[in-house]
Design a protein around this ligand. Structure first.
Ligand code: ADP
Ligand code: ASP
Ligand code: MG
Length: 460
């Protein structure tokens, strides 16, 4: 059971979590928590402010976050001496954070390793508080530090889990308390290198943590508790009429997550697929809602398009070479440049004379372009966005392309790519029209509500 930031943001939200966990107690839950809403942002921000030399403001940010944790404690725990003891522990953690910020300010250097050490405190605090709240309410509970089993490489800020080691260690650390009848509470997002240095799996990584733990322990189910009713037909912040999907496939969920549906971290589905464990996305503010089930083989639905995702911050690279035209090895030459610079390519579309592709990580863009220029003409367009239309049944439905382009008749589509699996169609548009594009597509496919059992309207 993974609870995201808004699900633990204050005492009321935490009480909801306790109620939800209590109901599942019979099923031996492992509770994976994010930091309280906004905590990771604040922690990272204070480090950056310190780097700019503004220690006063860095400390002010940290003090506000400290106060939020203290308020949470005071509203959640009743035993006064317990509260005092916990406040002392939390203050100590914030003193350490301030010392770290001082170091950053003095050195004028901020590494991803330091950022991970700082960011990890959010999850450490939220889990500590929930564990005490559960214990005070009479639950048998044990907190297991994720860093004892979530072993990763040392690519700080985006560390890759070592699945073999994690499987061993997670079983060794988590199963004994579970077998002793305890609820286990642990941190999402954070891990550790083999040498014991704290890492993180990347922003939004708690979903991924939960899936990794679920797979390592052969869980019955991986529950992702968040602030919406499930996986919706679009981000409700963009398309307010978005509806909930009752069930979707692993493949559909993976595509959606990869192309920007923030409700799931892009890697969440992988571990679940390997062990064929259903992932259920649920709303912690409305636990009675049945959520979205993500499974290997959902019942066939006649809905061709199931959901629309979008992702900003995309850069398009056009590569053209008349010299290489039709020559074998052209694509391989191109991709080896991206491989060398550890930059993954999202969409590709080719014509006889050119290859267009998109990337979202531009940290090595300059070197990539200069190496491509050794054999091709290269142009780069930034501030683009991908819009992705997803549905297993798209491949067998006639007329989808017409409807997509009809809906986008007034929008300049820069690039088109139909996934080889044919369960998605991705388009590139200018970033400033992406909201409009998603809204128009949503209207085309989901407004008015299709008369299908798959969709469920979300209560306001
Ligand atoms: P958490 O803190 O629980 O991990 P996130 O903010 O990371 O929550 O993810 C939930 C948010 O994802 C929702 O509030 C919603 O705005 C956004 N979202 C984007 N696309 C979708 C979608 N297709 N279905 C549901 N939510 C989506
Ligand atoms: N707290 C982390 C973040 O904000 C991880 C997560 O919430 O999934 O990125
Ligand atoms: Mg999230």
């Amino acid at each position: 059971m993974k609870f995201g930031g808004t699900s633990v943001e204050d005492a009321r939200a935490m009480e909801n979590v306790i109620g939800i966990v209590a109901k599942e107690q019979r099923r031996k839950p492992i509770v994976v928590l994010s930091a309280i809403a906004g905590a990771t942002n604040t922690l990272l921000k204070s480090a950056h402010i310190a780097l700019d030399g503004d220690l006063e403001n860095a400390h002010a940010e940290l003090n506000r976050l400290l106060e939020r944790h203290v308020t949470l404690l005071e509203n959640l725990i009743s035993n006064r001496s317990e509260i005092q003891h916990l406040i002392l522990t939390i203050r100590k953690r914030f003193d350490e954070l301030k010392t770290l910020c001082q170091g950053i300010a003095i050195l004028g250097e901020l590494t991803n390793r330091s950022l991970d050490a700082i960011a990890s405190v959010g999850e450490q605090l939220s889990t500590m508080i929930l564990t005490h709240a559960l214990a005070e309410r009479g639950f048998a509970v044990e907190m297991v530090d994720a860093r004892t089993f979530m072993i990763t490489n040392d690519q700080f800020a985006a560390a890759a889990p070592d699945f073999v080691l994690i499987s061993q260690e997670a079983r060794a650390r988590i199963l004994p308390p579970i077998q002793a009848g305890k609820i286990v509470v642990t941190q999402g997002f954070i891990g550790s290198t083999r040498k014991g240095i704290t890492t993180t799996l990347g922003r939004g990584g708690s979903d991924y943590s939960a899936a990794i733990i679920g797979a390592a322990l052969d869980a019955e189910e991986i529950q992702i508790w968040t602030d919406v009713d499930g996986v919706l037909t679009a981000d409700p912040r963009i398309a307010p009429a978005a509806m909930k999907l009752k069930v979707i496939s692993f493949r559909e969920a993976s595509e959606l997550a990869y192309f920007g549906a923030k409700v799931l971290h892009p890697s969440t589905i992988l571990p679940a697929v390997e062990k064929n464990i259903p992932v259920i996305v649920l709303n912690s503010k409305r636990p009675q809602s049945t959520g979205t089930r993500i499974v290997g083989h959902p019942p066939k639905s006649s809905a061709a398009v199931k959901s629309i995702a979008s992702k900003k911050g995309i850069t398009v690279i056009n590569i053209q070479s008349s010299r290489m035209l039709m020559a074998y090895g052209f694509l391989s030459a191109i991709f080896s440049v991206f491989q060398k610079h550890k930059t993954s390519v999202d969409l590709v579309s080719t014509s006889e004379v050119a290859v267009s592709l998109t990337i979202d990580n531009i940290s090595n863009l300059e070197q990539i372009v200069s190496e491509l220029q050794e054999f091709a003409e290269v142009s780069v367009f930034d501030q683009k966005a991908i819009v992705c239309v997803v549905g297993e049944q798209m491949r067998s439905t006639v007329g989808i392309v017409d409807r997509v382009f009809g809906a986008l008749h007034d929008i300049n589509v820069i690039m088109i790519s139909q996934g080889a699996s044919e369960i998605n169609m991705s388009l590139v548009v200018d970033e400033d029209v992406v909201t409009q594009a998603v809204q128009q597509l949503h209207r085309e496919f989901f407004e008015p509500v299709p008369e299908l059992d798959l969709f469920e309207q979300v209560d306001a």
